[in-house]
Design a protein around this ligand. Structure first.
Ligand SMILES: Nc1ncnc2c1ncn2[C@@H]1O[C@H](COP(=O)(O)OP(=O)(O)OP(=O)(O)O)[C@@H](O)[C@H]1O
Ligand SMILES: [Mg+2]
Length: 454
C-alpha cells in the first residue's frame, strides 16, 4: 500500500526537497508551507504520516500535532526542527509525536523514520481490522470462526440444540469439541439447567461407575451414605461425556439403558430413578473403527450419533488462524493486564505456515506464551517457540535451474494461499496482507496475462 504523507514546512526549498524525495520513495505526498492549511488538509483527507516543521509563524508544529491527534489518531506525526533542544523533544514525544528529527538531517534518515512510522500505522490498522473481524465472527459462546465448514457446523448445532437428541462430537484433539458441547447446551432449552462434564478416560471402571451412576447407602464397604451419580445430578440439564470411546464395555450397556429408559439404577439399588438428561458425547478417536474392532458397542454408537458434529482440524481452516490469534491475544492481554495488542507480520506468517498437531489449543498456548514474553505492544517472532519460528522461514527454490521472478513467485504464492483457504478471497487477502480490492486486481491481471496469446 502507498503511504499517504503530509509535509508541512514554512521554508519553501526544504519543503520541495522533502516532497521530491518522498514522492520518489513512492509516497503520495501533500505539501504545504502553512500550518493553518495543514490543519484544514487534516480535516479533509486521510494521512498515514505527518512530517512537520516545529517552528513556524502562526500555527506551529505543535498545533499541527495536536490537531492531527484529534482528527486522525491513527496517523503518526514526525517533527523536524532547526531549534532542537532536549526540552522541546521531550514535549513533542509527550504529546504523542512518533519521532523528532533535528536539522540538518540526512534525507535517508528521514526516509527511514517515515518508513518506520508508516509500518507502525499499517500494522495497527491491520490489527484493528482483525479485531473488528473477531468481534464480527465471534458468536455468543466465544466460538471464533470465518470458515464456511465451521459456520455450517455451528448452524447445525444451533438447529439441533433445542431438541433433546444426542450429539456425538468428533474431531482431533484441541479442535473445540468441548466448546461446541457448551454451545449446544447454552442454545438449548436446558440452558438454565446444569451442564456437567465427565471425562470417561480419566477414571478406573469402578470409580467411573460410581461417578456416573452413584450408589445406595451400604452398596459396598465405605458407602456410608446415598450418593447421586452425575447422570442424576445433571437431570434437567446436559451431561457431556468426553472421551466416550474410553468407556468400559460393562458401562456402555448401562449407559445405553439410561438413554433408552431415561432412568438410572444406582449401584446397589433395586429401583430405577427417573432422570431427564440430555447426553452429548465426544471423542478424538475413530468411532467407526472402535465399533468395528468391538471396543465400542454399535447400538450405543447409533444412540449417541443421532447427530454428528465433526470438527475440522485447524490446518484445514487456515483462514481462522489470524482471527483466533487475535482473539486469544485479546483474552490473554486482558488476563495478564499487559498492553500487548499487536502481532507482527512475521509472526502471522509463521503462524500461517505451521501445521498445528494440537489444533486450536496449541495456537492458544502459543499466543499465551507470546503475550507473556512480549515486552512492548507487539508479539514478535522471538517470543514464539522454536518450532514455530522455523515454520515461518522462507525457502528459496529454483525452478528449471533458475530463480523465479518476483511476479511468478507472487502468482504461485497467491494461488497457494487461495487453495489453502478454499478460494475465500477475504481470508486470502488477510493472509497476504493486502486488501481485497488489491487481491482482486492482481487476480484480474494474472488472468489477463494467462489469456493473452504469446
Ligand atoms: N473456534 C474457536 N474459537 C475460540 N476458541 C476456541 C475455538 N476452538 C477451540 N477453542 C479453544 O481452544 C481450546 C481447546 O478447545 P476444546 O477444549 O473445546 O477442544 P477439544 O476438542 O475438546 O480438545 P480435546 O480433544 O483435547 O479434549 C479451548 O481453550 C477452547 O476455548
Ligand atoms: Mg475436550
Amino acid at each position: 500500500m502507498i503511504g499517504r504523507l503530509l509535509i508541512v514546512d514554512d521554508e519553501e526549498i526544504a519543503l520541495h526537497n522533502l516532497q521530491h524525495v518522498m514522492e520518489r520513495a513512492g509516497y503520495e505526498v501533500s505539501a504545504t508551507q502553512n500550518g493553518a492549511q495543514a490543519i484544514s488538509l487534516l480535516g479533509a483527507q486521510t494521512f498515514d504520516v505527518v512530517l512537520t516543521d516545529l517552528r513556524m509563524e502562526g500555527v506551529d508544529g505543535m498545533d499541527v500535532l495536536k490537531k492531527s491527534r484529534a482528527l486522525q489518531p491513527e496517523a503518526e506525526v514526525i517533527f523536524i526542527t532547526g531549534f532542537a533542544t532536549a526540552e522541546s523533544a521531550v514535549q513533542a514525544l509527550k504529546h504523542g509525536a512518533f519521532y523528532y528529527i533535528a536539522k540538518p538531517f540526512r534525507l535517508d534518515e528521514v526516509r527511514k523514520v517515515v518508513a518506520e512510522a508508516l509500518a507502525k500505522v499499517l500494522l495497527r490498522r491491520e490489527n484493528d481490522a482483525l479485531r473488528r473481524e473477531v468481534e464480527h465472527y465471534r458468536d455468543g459462546e466465544g466460538i471464533v470462526t470465518q470458515d464456511a465448514d465451521m459456520q455450517r457446523l455451528l448452524g447445525m448445532a444451533q438447529q439441533i440444540a433445542p431438541t433433546d437428541c444426542s450429539v456425538l462430537i468428533t474431531g482431533e484433539s484441541g479442535t473445540g469439541k468441548e466448546l461446541f458441547a457448551k454451545f449446544v447446551h447454552k442454545q438449548s432449552l436446558r440452558r438454565d439447567g446444569p451442564y456437567t462434564a465427565v471425562n470417561c478416560g480419566a477414571f478406573s471402571e469402578q470409580l467411573l461407575t460410581n461417578e456416573l451412576f452413584g450408589h445406595e447407602k451400604g452398596a459396598f464397604t465405605g458407602a456410608i451414605a446415598l450418593k447421586k451419580g452425575l447422570i442424576e445430578v445433571a437431570s434437567g440439564g446436559t451431561l457431556f461425556l468426553d472421551e466416550v470411546t474410553e468407556m468400559p464395555p460393562s458401562m456402555q450397556v448401562k449407559l445405553l439403558r439410561v438413554l433408552q429408559e431415561k432412568e438410572v439404577l444406582r449401584v446397589g439399588g433395586t429401583r430405577a430413578v427417573k432422570c431427564d438428561v440430555r447426553i452429548l458425547a465426544a471423542t478424538n478417536r475413530d468411532v467407526t473403527e472402535a465399533v468395528k474392532n468391538g471396543s465400542f458397542r454399535e447400538d450405543l454408537y447409533f444412540r449417541l450419533n443421532v447427530v454428528n458434529l465433526n470438527i475440522p482440524p485447524l490446518s484445514q481452516r487456515k483462514g481462522d488462524i489470524p482471527l483466533l490469534a487475535q482473539h486469544f491475544l485479546l483474552k490473554f492481554s486482558a488476563r495478564m493486564n499487559k498492553p500487548v495488542t499487536r502481532i507482527s507480520p512475521e509472526v502471522l506468517d509463521a503462524l500461517m505456515g505451521y501445521a498445528y498437531p494440537g489444533n486450536v489449543r496449541e495456537l492458544e498456548n502459543m499466543i499465551e506464551r507470546g503475550t507473556a514474553m512480549a515486552q512492548g505492544d507487539t508479539i514478535e517472532l522471538t517470543h514464539l517457540p522454536e518450532q514455530l519460528q522455523q515454520a515461518g522461514n522462507f525457502s528459496l527454490r529454483k525452478i528449471d535451474g533458475a530463480f523465479p521472478t518476483l511476479e511468478v513467485q507472487e502468482r504461485e504464492y497467491i494461488r497457494r494461499v487461495l487453495e489453502e483457504v478454499k478460494g475465500n478471497q477475504t481470508a486470502a487477502a488477510q493472509i497476504l496482507g493486502i486488501n481485497r480490492a488489491s487481491l482482486w486486481r492482481k487476480l484480474k491481471a494474472q488472468q489477463a496475462e494467462e489469456e493473452a496469446p504469446d
